[in-house]
Design a protein around this ligand. Structure first.
Ligand code: ADP
Ligand code: MG
Ligand code: ZN
Length: 381
């Protein structure tokens, strides 16, 4: 059997331009490198799996490249670059502060920092999860951070910026990494699927991207899992929702249809089916709100760009949106929102959601009554 390399490792970007969704950072770094205006200490902040370690390694490689390109990227061919690419460079040191957070660990590092690199110009020290360092370790490190030798560059990374003490913050150039947009993650997954020759439905990739909640690494792990399940054949939407235990968005279309028809019984039966499949009432309520929100933004071509669904699903939303009056969507959203807030407090949660559905199913009727009443009032006046 071939050795399987997880996608998160196989597709770790090797230059700045292939880093997804962090151009505000990669552009600044490239410019600083080109203008030889590089800070000696950086703080990379942001959630897990968005490219902090990746960018730190690319930076280390680029500033040591013997043949740097005019655009500020490493050549990926010289002996230094190849050493970096095969993880055998002596010019990058990574310390995981989550597991090495004592004074001794930091003293070891500080001792090493004094030595000039034997080859190349810079030694780069990446300290991951730097907020985990003990106070004493922090203090032992402060002096070095204040007056680092010319050849040393520090990149501190953290998911918890608020835990970093001001003395460290003030000595670093700070970069805030973004969560990655669903659209960007989907595109990246499409790119990988094409590289790997894996067939896919765009909705499936989009769902994976949504599940990952902004973390590209999580998206890649979920993706690997689904590809394994589908035995490399095709990543389908159906298989993905089954594996991730996500409710098919088709249900939301059906429920909304029932509500627009003012059919309480249909809506209740669909909800019953959803519960029988093991889904949670609160999730359904939240999902329904999101669905109504999507229908709302489709109403106006200007806000249609806010739609967070795949291209293929778009036409379905536009179609149902056209059938749903503004007033219905607005009132329905408000009812769902109220029910969301009071869900936890309710004693009978099933009835809580059912009551919402009953109210929603009677909305079109109530709205038309209100319209008639206001028409009558106008006639009298
Ligand atoms: N912005 C990104 N662009 C491309 N790939 C990314 C990005 N962020 C994360 N990844 C993928 O996830 C893996 C882990 O990313 P990493 O840089 O270690 O995240 P962090 O240090 O922010 O937790 C990378 O090897 C890469 O495959
Ligand atoms: Mg990291
Ligand atoms: Zn090079």
């Amino acid at each position: 059997m071939e050795n399987f390399v997880v996608s998160a490792r196989k597709y770790r970007p090797s230059d700045f331009k292939s880093v997804v969704g962090q151009s505000h950072i990669t552009t600044t770094l490239k410019n600083a490198i080109k203008n030889e205006h590089l800070a000696q200490a950086f703080l990379f902040c942001g959630p897990r799996g968005v490219g902090k370690t990746t960018c730190a390694r690319i930076l280390a490689k680029t500033i040591n490249c013997e043949n740097r390109q005019d655009n500020g990227e490493a050549c990926n061919e010289c002996s230094s670059c190849t050493a970096f690419n095969s993880n055998s460079s002596f010019n990058v040191h990574e310390l995981d502060a989550a597991s090495n957070n004592t004074v001794d660990d930091i003293r070891n590092l500080v001792d090493q920092v004094r030595y000039v690199p034997q080859k190349g110009k810079y030694k780069v020290y990446i300290i991951d999860e730097v907020h985990m360092l003990s106070t004493q370790a922090f203090n032992a490190f402060l002096k070095t951070l204040e007056e680092p030798p010319k050849h040393a560059i520090f990149i501190l990374a953290t998911t918890e910026k608020h835990k970093i003490i001001p003395t460290i913050l003030s000595r670093c150039q700070i970069f805030d990494f973004n969560r990655i947009q669903i659209q960007d993650i989907s595109q990246h997954l499409e790119y990988i699927s094409k590289e790997e020759g894996v067939d896919y439905e765009t909705e499936a990739l989009r769902l994976i991207a949504t599940k990952a909640d902004g973390a590209l690494r999580d998206a890649l792990s979920i993706y690997d899992l689904i590809v394994t399940f589908s035995a490399g054949k095709k990543v389908t939407y159906q298989e993905t929702i089954n594996n991730l235990h996500v409710l098919d968005y088709d249900y939301y279309f059906k429920v909304t249809e029932a509500l627009l028809e003012e059919s309480i019984s249909k809506a209740l039966l669909i909800f019953d089916e959803i519960l029988k499949k093991g889904f949670d009432g609160h999730n359904f309520l939240v999902g329904l709100s999101e669905h109504l929100r999507e229908l709302m933004v489709c109403k106006d071509p200007d806000t249609a760009v806010l739609l967070q669904v795949s291209e293929t699903a778009k036409s379905r939303y536009v179609e149902q949106s056209a059938k749903s009056p503004y007033s219905f969507l607005l009132s329905a959203l408000s009812i769902c929102n109220q029910a969301d807030l009071s869900y936890k407090a309710s004693k009978n949660q099933r009835l809580h959601v059912e009551l919402v559905l009953m109210k929603l199913a009677k909305l079109p009727h109530a709205i038309s009554l209100a319209a008639v009443a206001s028409g009558e009032a106008k006639k009298k006046a």
